[in-house]
Design a protein around this ligand. Sequence first.
Ligand SMILES: *Cc1c(COP(=O)(O)O)cnc(C)c1O
Length: 230
Amino acid sequence: MDAQQLHDHITKLEERVRRSSQKSQFGNSDILVLAVSKTRPAQDIRAAYAAGMSHFGENYLQEALAKMEALSDLDLTWHFIGPLQSNKTRPVAERFDWVHTVDREKIARRLSAQRPPELPPLNVCLQVNISGEATKSGVDLDALPELAAQVRDMPGITLRGLMAIPAPAQGEEAQRRPFRALREAFEALRTSCPAMDTLSMGMSGDFEAAIAEGATLIRVGTALFGPREG
Ligand SMILES: *Cc1c(COP(=O)(O)O)cnc(C)c1O
């Protein structure tokens, strides 16, 4: 995409993020914007990096690995945000810095075991299935404390926080409700999981509601790169 257009999108997005966080009672002044680059060519990532973005989120493993190769000259932080099958964990453990979609013990155990010892532990968010979820992925709120306790002490992993993808909703209160539930679950876990500092919630259509409920990381594709094709 056009560099000037991308620049304008980033400026507008940062302004909206700043305004939302000023209004929010949680007052997170350093919200991380994860640029969701699925389906975008490597040169879009290069342009976004030149414009100041350094964290990128990818959903599809093969596509992500190809872009990592093409962009290996840049100092990028890669987040895996797609559904993760247990037979695909090794390249994720070896190549990514973060995974947002861990929702069962088996996946976490494999990621921990497969994380190369010379790298820092893999940063992990547990994906939670808040009611009304758009996908079937995610651990239920009931089962979350047990999963967190299992994952917390795995040596190849640092449990950094929680993530959710609520179903699209219209109106501020309807958007905020699931984010509030995730934030409450996050607060309840923090004493037993002291490394948790990340609430990964909010996308292009609802990040302002997520920030109002205390998001520390928003995952934004369309509002940065424009509509995806197909
Ligand atoms: C695609 C995707 C996003 C970004 O969605 P936009 O609506 O384009 O901002 C965020 N999170 C996940 C998990 C995604 O799959």
